[in-house]
Design a protein around this ligand. Structure first.
Ligand code: CP
Length: 311
C-alpha cells in the first residue's frame, strides 16, 4: 500500500488534519498553481457523483495536472466482467494518483492492496468519505474559528450516511458533543456509538428534532436518506421525509450556528433555509475544491510551501 493513500479518516492524525486545513486555507487564497505539471490523475467513479468528482477534477486542473477517468462504469470494461483488481492494475500503468468512488464498502482499501499508486477514497458504500470529512472540518473551522468543544447535531440517515461516520471519527481529537437525531431504522450504527464510548465522546440520541436540540447546536449537519442503500424500497418510503429543516425552525438558533449538508439534498432542507445567513452548504461544497487540492498534493508528496519558496 502506498503510504500517501487516503482510504479512511482514521489513516490520518490530528496533526495531519490541522495541516491539511492550513493548506486548504492557503489554496483558497491561491487556487491556481501549476504544481502538478506532468502529473496525471484518474477519477474512477463506479457510483454517481456531482461535487466530489467535479471538485477533484477542478482541483487537478487548477493545479496544472491532467485528468483521465470515467463517471459511468457501464461504459468501461467492468461491464464485460473485468474485475476491480484488473481495472486498478491497468489504470495504475497510466497515472500518478487514483481517486475512486465505489458502491462496495472496503473497495478503496482493496484497491490500495493491488497497486503502488496512491489511492484516495471518494466514498465506498456506506463506509467512509474522508475527503468530504476534510472539507467538512475546513468548513467548521472557518465558520466557528475552532474545531474544539463544539456541539454537533447530525440529522437524518445516520445508518447509511458515510459522511457522518467519517466526520464523527475525525472529530474525536477535538472534544465534541454529538446529538444524533434519527429514527430507529436509521440510527447511528452500534460500531460508531461504541467508537464514541471507547474515545470518551459525549453523545445523546433523539428521535425528535426539537427546538432545544436546534437552539443549542453549533453545527447542524443534515443528511439525505440514502435511497440507493435500502434493500426494501417500502422502508425507504416510510422514513424518507421524517426530518426536514425549515427556516422557521431556526428562529432561536445561535447566530453563529451553521447548517451543513454534504449534498445532494432531496427534502431534508426546505428551500426557504437557503436565504438564512446560517445556511452554509453551498459554501461548504466550494470549500471542497480547496480541501481536495490539499489532499491531492499530500497524496503526491508535493509541498506547496516549498514550491512557493522555489525549493
Ligand atoms: N457530497 C458528495 O459526495 O456529493 P456527490 O455525491 O455529488 O459527489
Amino acid at each position: 500500500m502506498n503510504q500517501n493513500s487516503l482510504v479512511s479518516i482514521d489513516d490520518i492524525s490530528r496533526d495531519d488534519i490541522l495541516d491539511l486545513i492550513e493548506r486548504a486555507r492557503y489554496f483558497e487564497e491561491h487556487p491556481n498553481h501549476k504544481i502538478l505539471d506532468g502529473k496525471v490523475v484518474a477519477t474512477l467513479f463506479f457510483e454517481p457523483s456531482t461535487r466530489t468528482r467535479l471538485s477533484f477534477e477542478t482541483a487537478v486542473n487548477r493545479l496544472g495536472g491532467r485528468v483521465i477517468g470515467f463517471s459511468d462504469a457501464s461504459t468501461t470494461s467492468s461491464s464485460k466482467g473485468e474485475t476491480l483488481k484488473d481495472t486498478i492494475k491497468m489504470v495504475s500503468n497510466y497515472v500518478d494518483l487514483i481517486v475512486m468512488r465505489h458502491y462496495l464498502e472496503g473497495a478503496a482499501r482493496y484497491a490500495t492492496e493491488v497497486t503502488d499508486v496512491p489511492v484516495i477514497n471518494a466514498g465506498d458504500g456506506a463506509n467512509q468519505h474522508p475527503s468530504q470529512t476534510m472539507l467538512d472540518l475546513y468548513s467548521i473551522s472557518k465558520t466557528q474559528g475552532t474545531l474544539e468543544n463544539l456541539t454537533i447535531t447530525m440529522v437524518g440517515d445516520l445508518k447509511y450516511g458515510r459522511t457522518v461516520h467519517s466526520l464523527l471519527m475525525a472529530l474525536r481529537y477535538f472534544n465534541p458533543t454529538f446529538r444524533f437525531v434519527a429514527c430507529e431504522e436509521l440510527r447511528m450504527p452500534k460500531e460508531y456509538r461504541d467508537f464514541c464510548d471507547a474515545n470518551g465522546i459525549r453523545y445523546t440520541e433523539h428521535t425528535d428534532f426539537s427546538p432545544v436540540v436546534i437552539n443549542t447546536s453549533d453545527i447542524i449537519y443534515m443528511t439525505r436518506v440514502q435511497r440507493e442503500r435500502f434493500a426494501d424500497i417500502m422502508e425507504y418510503e416510510r422514513v424518507k421525509d421524517l426530518y426536514t429543516l425549515r427556516a422557521d425552525m431556526l428562529a432561536d438558533a445561535k447566530p453563529s450556528m451553521r447548517v451543513l449538508h454534504p449534498l445532494p439534498r432531496v427534502n431534508e432542507i426546505a428551500q426557504d433555509v437557503d436565504n438564512d445567513p446560517r445556511a452554509y452548504y453551498f459554501d461548504q461544497a466550494r470549500n471542497g475544491l480547496y480541501a481536495r487540492q490539499a489532499i491531492i498534493c499530500r497524496a503526491l508528496g508535493i509541498d506547496i510551501y516549498s514550491y512557493d519558496k522555489g525549493e
